[in-house]
Design a protein around this ligand. Structure first.
Ligand SMILES: [Zn+2]
Length: 250
């Protein structure tokens, strides 16, 4: 099996009332914006590009959403966050988007040479009325002229079954998660199919989304991977992220 490393990249933290994000609470919550780099012998992949660099100094870019996510803390922009892990962003060959919300593709400009790999339905949705009218989307963050590979369904990135896009629609029309085979076992990067563990345990979904019933079905897909022994890594789980502590998984 090829040597693969999974390297955490911290795009920053946002603070919000948790009830704005899932049904599970109304208390204030500070949560990470987790991106991951997959180092594979045939390429360097980033799964999601986090927050836009401008948010480091001003939340104005978020418009009305700056009231929901009322505090943003970013130690680095994405370029700095990638470099802090000893990686040159220009060497990243693939950008896999879980979906096109502002906290998952905001840093795309920092990865100039990556080919975007995204579900076709998700990529096509960027031109729809629904997209343009939703403050969570900013096409100018990610629609920057990169090569784009629109995939449909399961997609084996390197043809060796080690890095596979898994469709998990519902949160958005073409949301996907990413399954990675490490020496220590299988990992599934859930993206926003599930923000944090408690959502999965208590079957909670956010108060918004493309199709919440579909999201619940996709969460069941994640549970099935977990039952078979996979480790799920969530997109915004503060406790899990603190435990990872910036250290690569192998
Ligand atoms: Zn998110």
């Amino acid at each position: 099996m090829p040597q693969i490393r999974l390297i955490p990249v911290e795009s920053g933290f946002m603070t919000s009332k948790a009830g704005a994000l899932s049904e599970d609470a109304t208390s204030e919550m500070r949560f990470p914006i987790a991106c991951w780099i997959i180092e594979h012998p045939k390429g360097l992949v980033i799964f999601d590009t986090g927050l836009h660099a401008e948010l480091q100094t001003s939340a104005a870019r978020l418009g009305s959403l700056s009231k929901v996510f009322y505090q943003i803390d970013m130690e680095h922009d994405l370029k700095g966050a990638i470099e802090s892990q000893g990686i040159d962003p220009a060497k990243i060959t693939h950008i896999v988007f879980s979906h096109l919300h502002f906290d998952h593709c905001g840093g795309t400009a920092a990865v100039p040479n990556g080919r975007i790999v995204v579900q076709k339905a998700e990529w096509e949705s960027r031109t729809t009325e629904r997209f343009r009218n939703n403050a969570s989307y900013r096409a100018c963050d990610f629609d920057l002229g990169h090569d784009v590979e629109e995939v449909e369904g399961l997609h084996d990135l390197f043809g060796d079954s080690t890095v596979i896009c898994i469709p998990t629609p519902g949160h958005t029309i073409g949301h996907q998660s990413l399954k990675v085979e490490l020496e220590s076992g299988t990992v599934v990067l859930t993206g926003d199919c599930c923000y944090w563990r408690r959502m999965l345990e208590e079957d909670l979904v956010p108060p918004f989304g493309y199709d919440l019933d579909l999201q619940r079905k996709s969460m069941e897909t994640l549970r099935q991977f977990a039952r078979k022994g996979a480790t799920l890594i969530f997109s915004h789980d503060a406790e899990q992220w603190a435990g990872i502590d910036g250290k690569p998984l192998t």
